[in-house]
Design a protein around this ligand. Structure first.
Ligand SMILES: Nc1ncnc2c1ncn2[C@@H]1O[C@H](COP(=O)(O)OP(=O)(O)OP(=O)(O)O)[C@@H](O)[C@H]1O
Length: 303
């Protein structure tokens, strides 16, 4: 339990009586950087559609705008199909080829990512912005050992010798509390449990890569409840230690209440509401947000 991670005055801890059953033992953190007001990333009026087989366009994102404050963990919540993952993938320039962007900018440290040539975007990806996906075992390459994959990424990002990269990979696995890291590094993804694979992905995205922004798309979905809690605790701890800004896509409002300072609520490709976690949970302004919170409480009551 990271008991010292108390929220700052800008992000008062939400009233737990109003929250869905929290399953994560982590308290939100607030780094000194969070006091700054210039966002690290701003999605500004992003709109787009998917091209159908008949050539027509199906609109999916409508004027999506929100900001990620430096040093904060911002949750993006909303029911399935609301555009959370697509927005995250577009930030990284990894949107599906059938997606046609029709408007908007994504300003990262003042630079419009959507205007960057592919080579410049490749340099941003991993080095400045990295992502953890839901299914870590699927994201890892099954034919290389976990350590080799981390070491490869290390060399790509930082250069240096193969030995130094391997040592850094093992150290990163150790840092995310994988026991017997040296031995585990030589194992293949299928030899890792789901939780351990997710730890390895977090090691790759947050430690081997040294990003300013970490995007996590449902990083705990599919894991046991106790493992989910450990993984979220690890994510918050790494973000605090490294001063990372994080964007957490999740369906789990308990995790949001426990781990995030800011919330973006999306529905049907639109941003419905944004605010501090405290404001969203205690004074939701929009009917959709209220329904989402109520549904989560019903889930918690039924559990
Ligand atoms: N490759 C694709 N081709 C066509 N439509 C797509 C594609 N990928 C996503 N979509 C559509 O775009 C919309 C947004 O999808 P997205 O995956 O961003 O939702 P989400 O909020 O992340 O949902 P979930 O919580 O289930 O992951 C949905 O209507 C989805 O059906």
């Amino acid at each position: 339990m990271v008991g010292v991670l108390l929220p700052g005055p800008r992000h008062p801890r939400p009233d737990r009586r109003l929250l869905p059953a929290g399953r994560c033992a982590v308290r939100p953190y607030r780094s000194a950087a969070a006091a700054m007001t210039v966002p690290l990333l701003r999605v500004d009026g992003l709109g787009g559609a998917f091209r159908r087989r008949d050539g027509g366009l199906t609109p999916v994102l409508h004027d999506v705008s929100f900001a990620l404050q430096p040093g904060c963990i911002t949750a993006v919540v909303g029911e399935t199909g609301s555009g959370k993952s697509l927005t995250a993938l577009t930030i990284l320039g990894l949107q599906p080829s059938a997606f046609v962007r029709r408007s908007g900018r994504i300003l990262f440290a003042g630079q419009d990512l959507l205007a960057l040539p592919p080579s410049a975007m490749r340099a941003v990806r991993g080095r400045r912005i990295s992502m953890v996906f839901q299914d870590a075992r699927a994201a890892l390459n099954p034919v290389f050992s976990v350590g080799a994959q981390l070491a490869d990424v290390h060399r790509l990002q930082h250069g240096g010798s193969a030995r130094a990269a391997w040592d850094a990979a093992v150290e990163a696995l150790r840092r995310v509390r994988i026991p017997e890291a040296e031995r585990r590094a030589r194992q293949y993804p299928h030899e890792f449990s789901g939780g351990m694979a997710q730890r390895a992905m977090i090691a790759m995205a947050a430690l081997v890569c040294t990003p300013a922004l970490l995007i996590l798309d449902e990083p705990t979905t599919g894991l046991d409840v106790t493992i989910q809690s450990d993984i979220m605790e690890l994510i918050v701890e790494l973000c605090r230690d490294r001063g990372l800004t994080a964007c957490l896509i999740t369906h789990d409002l308990g995790v949001v209440a426990e781990s995030c300072e800011e919330v973006v609520v999306m529905n049907a490709g639109r941003v419905v509401e944004t605010g501090t976690t405290e404001a969203i949970f205690t004074r939701p302004q929009q009917p959709y947000t209220r329904r989402l919170l109520a549904a989560s409480r019903l889930d918690a009551a039924a559990a």
